[in-house]
Design a binder for this molecule. Sequence first.
Ligand SMILES: [Zn+2]
Length: 74
Amino acid sequence: MRSIYRFVAHRLRRIPGSGPIYLAICTREDCHEDSGPSMDQVSVNDWAVKHCGTTEHDLFIRIVSTDYVRVHRD
Ligand SMILES: [Zn+2]
């Protein structure tokens, strides 16, 4: 049986006016847990404090993004 593959081009388009999304990521080489994305900065900060309290991992990358993109087929 012979298969035919068809490739469809996709593009990412930015959605303007999106609100900020926060994310904290633990930098420990053996961990890299993250808070999960949230629009609530306080909950992300609270996650980092709790993570530090339970693991003693105390350095995080905190990302703030206002960039939403949607995938569109060409
Ligand atoms: Zn950690």
